[in-house]
Write a protein that binds this ligand. Sequence first.
Ligand SMILES: Cc1cc2nc3c(=O)[nH]c(=O)nc-3n(C[C@H](O)[C@H](O)[C@H](O)COP(=O)(O)OP(=O)(O)OC[C@H]3O[C@@H](n4cnc5c(N)ncnc54)[C@H](O)[C@@H]3O)c2cc1C
Length: 421
Amino acid sequence: MSSTATEVLVVGGGQAGIAMSEHLGAYGVPHVVLERERLAERWRTARWDSLVANGPAWHDRFPNLEFRCDPDAFPTKDEVAAYLAEYAERIGAPIRSGVEVTSVTKNIGEPGFRATTSEGTVDARYVVAATGPFQKPVIPPVVPGSARVHQIHSHDYHHPGQLPDGGVLVVGSGSSGVQIADELRRAGREVHLAVSPHDRPPRRYRGRDFVWWLGVLNKWEAATPPQGAQHVTIAVSGARGGHTVDFRDLAAEGITLVGSAESWEDGKIRFAPDLEHNIAQGDHNHLSLLREADAYVERNGLDLPAEPEAHRLRPAPECVTNPLRELDLAAANVTSIVWATGYTQDFGWLKVDAFDEQGRPRHRRGISSEPGVFFLGLPWQSRRGSSFIWGVWHDAKFLADHIMIRRSYRAYGSVEEPAVL
Ligand SMILES: Cc1cc2nc3c(=O)[nH]c(=O)nc-3n(C[C@H](O)[C@H](O)[C@H](O)COP(=O)(O)OP(=O)(O)OC[C@H]3O[C@@H](n4cnc5c(N)ncnc54)[C@H](O)[C@@H]3O)c2cc1C
């Protein structure tokens, strides 16, 4: 067991921790990054085997290093992990892997914090919690654990062969749900997909990827929605070279679309009457982005080939117009449920006054209500792009700048960090 001191303790060695280290290092701020497993662990083991990045290599990266692959390709999860490892090495990030932070408490009678870790204590003036936007898988309490069906979260899904023989119900239609449903269907499984509210931008439109359109239309900068606003996931896919997610295509492949999974009784799962609405809202989102893109092209006199056919959606399939409201899993030979229903956060180790009554981080752009404690990599931390590889780099820069401002006052004798919230 050791006892060390540093100025900034960064907890978590994913892309957020690496980005934070780059900016602190550039400013010459002493710091250490503690990672309980391996650097970029979530890209190594907490994703399914065939996962590729949702954004092309030119976009989903840090500004100072390109991927080695074609810029328009979608790097595999292993390529992303290798990229992050190479990056950390290049910047000389002081990362200690295999060290778990079990608690952080505020010092009494002196500034700063003490972290207890699996390898001793670390004293630090500032703490950055970079433990990820997606920490704890969430399975809504719809189907009891005792039900005779194999249930896993998308976090634990790796490949079709790991599921028992038989059909699969995939719940959730964000990028994970649609990609997993598609993979299972292509592997020959009978698949039902419970479709939740979603946005579904075109993969490419008028020759440009949707990440470019969201950028030029300033949508990655979209402000954080108010607490309690309905969460709408984004259904995109870089699989098989990248393609637009259209639920009509999934239905044409043989996937049965159903509404949100709602309740359970006697071996039967019931679906909400929201399928048609959710599909229509996704279509609406899709078409309005096309229109905004067209207006941008016109305003700026760009020479990008028109795509009038992209505006013409095919009729909704039978499973949408006449939806199944109930499924007897045994009768339909559905043996597994994959819950692609998102994540929550767990900051149980961070024992400071930086959370609201629901345990959510209380912060402004990552500066928490506990002076000296910062969050990095939260979904929508400062903008829509915050949890993405490129977005977290800019949020980390903002926090490093803030730390430098505080440092300049300390140099002139301030001892207490001011409350920001
Ligand atoms: C399926 C999926 C696909 C995604 N695809 C993309 C994509 O294509 N492009 C993109 O830009 N983004 C993508 N994202 C979003 C985002 O880039 C990833 O979630 C990314 O892993 C977030 O990085 P992070 O560093 O913030 O957190 P994480 O990668 O979660 O890293 C946090 C680290 O903290 C460590 N840790 C946690 N608690 C402690 C502790 N107490 N002590 C020490 N260490 C601790 C963990 O082991 C982990 O390694 C995807 C997310 C998911 C779930």
